[in-house]
Design a protein around this ligand. Structure first.
Ligand code: HGY
Ligand code: MN
Ligand code: MN
Length: 430
């Protein structure tokens, strides 16, 4: 980029940054949190539920009121587009608005709301970017209702994945395909667009959901990458029988087998703790789930993560041995649901995010940004396969997320949106 062009680009980025409004941002976060809002301050808005569809309608109306063009694709990903001087491939930002069964009001939603705030700041600043800027709402990032996670962004990058995703079923045996079709029927006024489109770049703003930034006393994080993740479902089938009449030595107790597997898995993870390996057995389904019937069938999930892919591969082999050894007289089915290798964002993008964050910190006379790897996965891990991609983090209070208590200091949320405005404007050119 020519020197004077770079100077103009930085000036426009600075102008956009200075037009971000903290008040408007907080109002928008609170408005979106009403959809699925809980008395404890959390949000229950799992993907493609009525609450999610209502939240989507609210965002469509808001984006249109701002003058954006709104489109949707076959995976119900929503796109809010602000025109540029040209029709070259856009710069994209955004995140997801689906939540965990008991989530917070910031996980995902903050990145979407801040993206709209960036469009408003560009409007207020009278900045017309060379490229269009799009804010996206990815479908089903969480993967808690329908597994795996990040269905919308991964299908956007590789549309061949969508057919398999449509077959996924939730706890009530509704398919993801039925849920997507229902979501698309609910917005007949939104034009459909092809799944995959070229992009100049993607920047996602998100809460850290862990303790690193808060512990370091730093308001903004430059995300260098995302650790690897693997998900499994373990189904153990025994024989349901009477709790009172069945002697212990003739039982085929599915729960007893699972408890023994779980105990050995956590012991192995504890041995690996120095490697940063993280193991979670988060969802248990017991059948018939009755106090006085020996469980005939138990299904539990395994979420395992590590920054070092080799550690995860080794643990994977140990996990398989533990699950098979623990079967006893029960029948065990181990199903792999999700796997994603570590993501590394390109240095040109992390340098741009560093410049954006440093500018926001400088204006607020706060400590310089910190580089870190994301412990959580994000849609950006798939976009990184498609275009130059990066992420910006803001701290999470006490490192808590996937919990109604999820919270971030308003000043940090404001600086994160400012850094996003700067980075998006620099990428879109002005
Ligand atoms: O599970 C994750 O890492 C993401 O928050 N859904
Ligand atoms: Mn998220
Ligand atoms: Mn999440």
């Amino acid at each position: 980029m020519q020197r004077d062009q770079l100077e103009r680009s930085r000036q426009a980025a600075d102008t956009a940054l200075k037009h971000v409004s903290s008040k408007r941002l907080q109002t928008a976060i609170a408005e979106l949190a009403r959809y699925g809002g809980r008395d404890d301050g959390g949000v229950a808005r799992e993907t493609l539920t009525d609450m999610d569809l209502q939240a989507r309608r609210y965002l469509i109306d808001r984006a249109r009121a701002m003058g954006c063009a709104v489109e949707v694709d076959d995976c119900a990903n929503l796109f809010f587009r602000r025109a540029g001087k040209t029709d070259r491939p856009p710069v994209m930002t955004g995140s997801h608005v689906d939540t965990q069964p008991v989530g917070g009001k910031l996980d995902g939603a903050y990145g979407v709301v801040a993206g709209l705030e960036v469009l408003q700041a560009l409007q207020d600043a009278g900045v017309q970017t060379e490229r269009p800027v799009e804010v996206v709402v990815w479908t089903n990032e969480e993967g808690s209702r329908f597994g795996p996670g990040c269905m919308g962004s991964s299908a956007y990058v590789d549309p061949a994945r969508l057919a398999g995703y449509r077959a996924a079923r939730d706890g009530a045996q509704l398919s993801f395909g039925e849920a997507v079709d229902r979501a698309l029927q609910a917005i007949p006024d939104v034009p459909r667009r092809p799944m995959q489109q070229p992009l100049a770049g993607f920047v996602e703003l998100h809460i850290e959901q862990g303790p690193v930034l808060e512990t370091a006393g730093v308001p903004l994080g430059v995300v260098t990458g995302i650790q690897s993740v693997r998900w499994y479902r373990v189904k153990v089938t025994g024989v349901a029988a009477h709790a009172g009449t069945t002697p212990m030595n003739i039982r085929t107790d599915a729960m007893a087998a699972c408890i023994q597997m779980a105990h050995r898995l956590y012991a192995e993870a504890a041995r690996q703790q120095a490697s940063g390996l993280r193991l979670t057995l988060g969802r248990w389904v017991v059948s018939p789930n009755s106090i006085n019937t020996i469980p005939g069938e138990v299904e539990f999930t395994i979420d395992m993560r590590c920054v070092d892919e080799n550690v995860l591969a080794e643990f994977d082999a140990v996990m398989r041995g533990i699950v098979q050894d623990g079967a006893g007289r029960t029948r065990v089915v181990l199903e792999a649901i999700f796997e994603r290798k570590p993501t590394h964002f390109p240095t040109a993008m992390t340098a741009l995010v560093e410049e954006a964050c440093a500018r926001a910190c400088q204006l607020a006379t706060k400590p310089a940004p910190l580089a870190l790897t994301s412990g959580a996965f994000h849609d950006a891990m798939y976009l990184a396969d498609h275009c130059p991609t990066a992420m910006i983090f803001v701290p999470s209070k006490k490192g808590i997320s996937h919990n109604a208590l999820e919270e971030t200091d308003h000043g940090d949320l404001f600086m994160g949106a400012q850094a996003l405005a700067y980075a998006v404007t620099r990428m879109a050119g002005a």
